[in-house]
Design a binder for this molecule. Sequence first.
Ligand SMILES: Nc1ncnc2c1ncn2[C@@H]1O[C@H](COP(=O)(O)OP(=O)(O)OP(=O)(O)O)[C@@H](O)[C@H]1O
Length: 799
Amino acid sequence: MSHGVRTQVAVTPQANEDIRRLDAATKNAVGDFVRRLRADRSNLALRLNLLREAGGNGRLFLAALDGSRMGLLLETEENRFSLLAVRVGPSAREELARLTVEINAVSGGVELVDQSEVSAHVVAMPVRPEPGPEPGTALERPSATETPSAPSDVGAAASTTAPAALPVPLFAPYEDEELVGLGVIASLLPALRRITDSRQLSTLLSHNLPGLTREVLLALHDGMEPSEVRRFITAPWRADEEIDPRDWARAARRPVSQVSTEDAAVLDALGDGFDAWRLFLHPEQHRLATASFKGSAKVTGGPGTGKTVVALHRVRHLVAQLPPGQTRPVLLTTYNTNLAADLKERLHRLGGDALVRRVDVKSVDQLAREVVEQHPSSVLGTPMGDEEAVALWHRVCAETGVFDFDADFLDSEFKHVILAQGCGTERLYLRAERRGRGVLQRAGRKQVWELVAKYRTFLDGPPRRTTYALIADEAARIEEHRMAKAAEQARYKEEHGGLDLIHREAGSGMWLKPRYHHIVVDEAQDLSASHWRMLRAMVAPGPNDIFLVGDAHQRIYSHQVVLGRLGISTPGRASRRLTLNYRTTREILGSAHGLVHGESFDDLDDGADTLDGYRSVLTGLAPQYWRAPDWETEMRAVATLLKERHERYGTPYSAMAVSVPDKAAVTQLAYTLACEPFLIPASEIGREGPRDTDTVRIGTMHRFKGLEFQRVFLAGVSEGLIPHQRIEAFRLSNPDRYRQEEQRARSLLFVAATRARDELVVSWHGRSSRYLPRHADHDAGRATSLLTGDSPPSDSNAA
Ligand SMILES: Nc1ncnc2c1ncn2[C@@H]1O[C@H](COP(=O)(O)OP(=O)(O)OP(=O)(O)O)[C@@H](O)[C@H]1O
């Protein structure tokens, strides 16, 4: 029988990784065991045997999960266990018994190392008493931190006397204390000290190591300075309190020591690697999802750093803090409909119906539209898409005979200056700020204003038309008015002794309240000023009002907005940045990073953002490059590669996507894929996102926003297409605009490239885009030889 208090069983991230690496039967065995242990810890059938005291207040137990599987458990308080590791087979008991378990000095997490396994697989060299570097073998200690007494100097002196044959340990430049201080688990040091090359390091990292140790070792190996490691890696993992290395009870309760604190979630998704984000958050992600902010908060970070994951957990946390009810007190919004649908689906995976029922999940444009539709005095025209809106500007220019501005410019000026700053009159527009948009003299502005008037006349129809930008502007106005009225009511109420004055409520139809308690925004970089004005007015300023995540490096639609000026201020610790990429391999990230390197980006406010510290711990293939003489050959080469990956490596078609430079190319490529000899099913990524069929997804780069695929093909990355040659018109006439267009084209390519989980293939015809790395041309395979079968298709098995 249980002892009255329910037995609790947590699963550590490393145990979860063990389970993920083993088969489905192990997952079931663990689930079953956890259930039985929870029900009755004294059940003899559990075969729970004390292995040893862990020191302090912890005890280690071995347990038989079933006939062939065993688990190592830590008991910290009566009726509280942590599953630390799982092994299968006849030597499971010995393997578990030899594990070293410790409390990480930085994170305070319960971690373990299998020293014998690590040593057996990794260490193939004799221990060297005196380390001394040889050129190209040991890590060079970054010069910024080099001191006369640094180990590298010791090594340099030693190298004159040491025999040349002995290789130098890779981490020789770093003292034990320094490594442990950065977060490396201490019991790994003996094995670590014997590693001499990158190959051994990658073998070491293929073992189930604690997350912080893995991150630190990779970063040092990549040449990151210890001070940067401390800042970008160690600090976010650091516990908020002093660590007692013998207080297992405290350590086991820390979020870093358990994959989820919710019993049901653990059992449900135990070992399910695909849904790892549901179970275990990086300490920084966890902090952000659960923190309490005085007002708004902002999270930036490169692609794949888990910003959306944080936003989803944040929503769950906020809902859990509110009293139960039937309303939808939290808004979760994003840029477009397909991203909103994806958010809803992921939110459901995180918290089921109960959570989704309490959250309004919709795109900002859908939200704006509803606001306008519901407003009694609004007459909503039929909304046009972006392309139609630009076409209408063409018509305005043609009919007025004014050709000084191109349609794209007018569209952008209207959206990002006139609507963004609420310029209802010419006078206001003449005074409007046009930061980063070049100079437009008074006469030019007057001309633009006349064109705007004509544009509005066209919109009024018949038939009556509108744009999403205008709807957002109208919605912002309605909401601001509503908020002002609510504030006035609140003032009135206060002045009259807090009484709900019936006649006033009746007069206004209702007692106005803010629409939401909390708002959470994903893809924040692409929302316009009107969107933000609307959102600001939908929630009362106060604790945890708006939580937004975004990345200016991925801005492909809107223009920069300064949130602080729109009443959304995120000072000090309310602005945070994530740096660990969970999606993309280091190899792909390295190339993608180059696309935006050297450009300057904002932090969604009036500061600058960088990708400093941005990294991944996943390894895989280097990006592949293919060049073709013409588009036709390039398409056929892409088809060949897709088919090969499907037939030879079993990649489902739906796990692969091809980005192309424009709409016409989508149709052309789909046609090529459908024809003999390829016969590859393909579908276009539409507004609603990818369809649920086993087809290769094709879309323009814009459509790739927020998605991810196992293998991504970027086709048509040719000079003249990326960036499009039409921007050359601005090179001399409007250098600011030219710079903006270049930046946007780079961001677009960056977004598309960072959608790849395992493999990135880049191809072009004619000359390669100037944005590709210099070595791309040199490394590129010839598409023609691929088609004639002269060149092996590719080496993509690892992906
Ligand atoms: N803590 C985590 N554990 C495991 N996987 C994670 C974790 N956080 C994020 N991921 C995974 O990393 C990938 C990227 O996450 P997410 O979409 O949240 O990133 P993002 O920063 O919003 O990306 P982008 O800006 O490129 O849209 C997803 O596959 C997600 O499941």
